[in-house]
Design a protein around this ligand. Structure first.
Ligand SMILES: [Zn+2]
Ligand SMILES: [Zn+2]
Length: 455
């Protein structure tokens, strides 16, 4: 969004243009590259990317989820209130900026907070009814570049809001399980935990802090700091010394109140009933403050280190925290880039699309240009992807351009064709050449379509 700011007249973004690359010497500017951690998705990958997204959306649609389109930026306060002020996302990774009015905004680092904000604002969430919503799009986090993570990445997610039961948790997990099966995600595991509720989590928090204080000298610096501000996040630490301490740390599932224990028990029992295997992971706390009760991650080790491709959980207090009614919620998000890599590994990437151009039309002489333009237009009207090559008088260049465009046919109109009202159409794969009357558009289109689609 910042990329379109180009001149110094744009108050508030003056700093940006001051930092723009300087012209060097003879008026040649150095090229501007994409920001670090931001990736262009170029053809033909872009079409594949959209297909992956679409196929995932179709599975969510099977579960009754309706799509909602959300803005890319929100008030920064939305995320500090929902995700939590003492989380890595809010403390270090959010892209924030002030606009001309001095209001503080943030590029969205995740989708749940935005979706909840919209559901409250448009009164979609109602304590008495269940609503299912899904979203997809880019998310932004200022991750450390050495981690190899993208700073603009893509997620698809779904949230169910309303008077939920533990069965609703299971039902949505089952829908993600459907994705794992439909896309043949290799060697996946479902990690499951229960984070307790506002009644029992403080009890666990205290037990954990007591334990961590005892082992303070073995914790990394970050975790020593976290012990005071967000002790549950210590459970996430990958540092070997912390790992050793965490091996014997008290488990949250041992501190659950009766209600949370019943919730957890029902979720486990019903997952087993559906034949969905899971692994208990008592250190699975997720990096966000808003989770309560069920949390889960679908991971895979097919890409080397174990990586999460879908994750989520229950967030019963979040709606109220954001100023809405007291409505429970359960949701998840999946990483599109991860799904891509895993599906590539499994050989289930969507098939590559048919060639972008089916027909290149080339006027051999300037007088044939109007006929060529007309033919291109008629072919497009008949749904044959077509483009003209008007530039050079040499047929060699036309062949080269057709090849570059992966075009399957080359049509040309020279002096003789123009006089006779015909066009020569060459199948570039078989070398076969056919003469048509220029007015036989439907026949030309049909022959081309049959050849392309039967390939
Ligand atoms: Zn509880
Ligand atoms: Zn640590």
């Amino acid at each position: 969004m910042v990329a379109c700011i180009s001149s110094e007249e744009t108050e508030g973004f003056v700093l940006l243009s001051k930092n723009a690359p300087k012209r060097e010497g003879s008026g040649v500017s150095s090229p501007i590259r994409a920001p670090r951690g931001v990736k262009d998705i170029i053809p033909p990958d872009a079409i594949r990317f959209e297909k992956i997204l679409k196929e995932t959306e179709e599975i969510l649609a099977l579960g009754g989820f309706q799509k909602i389109l959300l803005p890319l930026f929100e008030s920064a306060a939305l995320f500090s209130r929902s995700i939590g002020g003492a989380t890595d996302i809010v403390e270090k990774e959010m892209y924030t900026f002030s606009d001309k009015g001095g209001d503080l905004f943030a590029l969205r680092p995740e989708g749940t907070a935005s979706l909840l904000r919209a559901a409250i604002e448009h009164r979609l969430a109602d304590p008495g009814k269940i609503v299912r919503l899904s979203y997809a799009g880019p998310m932004f986090r200022h991750e450390r570049p050495q981690a190899g993570r993208l700073r603009q990445f893509h997620q698809i997610g779904a949230e169910i809001l309303g008077p939920l039961t533990p069965s609703d948790d299971v039902d949505l997990i089952a829908l993600i399980h459907r994705m794992a099966e439909a896309f043949s995600i290799p060697s996946w595991t479902l990690l499951l935990n229960n984070m307790g509720c506002p009644a029992c989590r403080p009890v666990y928090r205290e037990t954990l802090v007591g334990y961590l204080k005892q082992h303070e000298k073995d914790l990394c610096e970050t975790c020593r700091h976290r012990t005071d501000v967000n002790p549950l996040r210590v459970l996430d630490c990958k540092t070997p010394s912390c790992q050793a301490v965490l091996e014997t740390a008290p488990k949250i599932t041992d501190s659950l109140c009766d209600r949370s224990r019943a919730h957890f028990g029902q979720v486990r029992e019903e997952l087993e009933g559906l034949g969905i295997p899971y692994t208990l992971s008592h250190r699975l706390v997720r990096g966000l403050d808003y989770y309560t009760e069920t949390t889960f991650e679908f991971v895979s080790d097919a890409l080397g280190a174990q990586s999460t491709w879908a994750a989520g959980g229950r967030y019963d207090g979040l709606c109220q925290e954001l100023g809405g009614p007291d409505i429970p919620g359960f949701g998840f998000a999946a990483g599109i880039e991860r799904l891509w890599l895993l599906r590539e590994k499994a050989g289930t990437l969507p098939v590559s699309p048919s060639p972008p151009l089916w027909l290149t039309v080339f006027p051999l002489i300037p007088e044939a240009r109007p006929s060529a333009l007309r033919l291109v237009r008629q072919m497009r009207n008949l749904s044959v992807p077509s483009a003209g090559f008007f530039g050079s008088g040499k047929i060699k260049s036309a062949f080269r351009q057709a090849e570059r465009d992966a075009s399957r046919f080359l049509a040309f109109i020279g002096e003789d064709e123009l006089a006779a009202g015909t066009v020569q159409v060459k199948n570039l794969e078989t070398g076969e050449q056919t003469s048509y009357a220029l007015k036989e558009c439907s026949r030309i289109a049909e022959d081309i379509r049959n050849a392309v689609l039967s390939a």
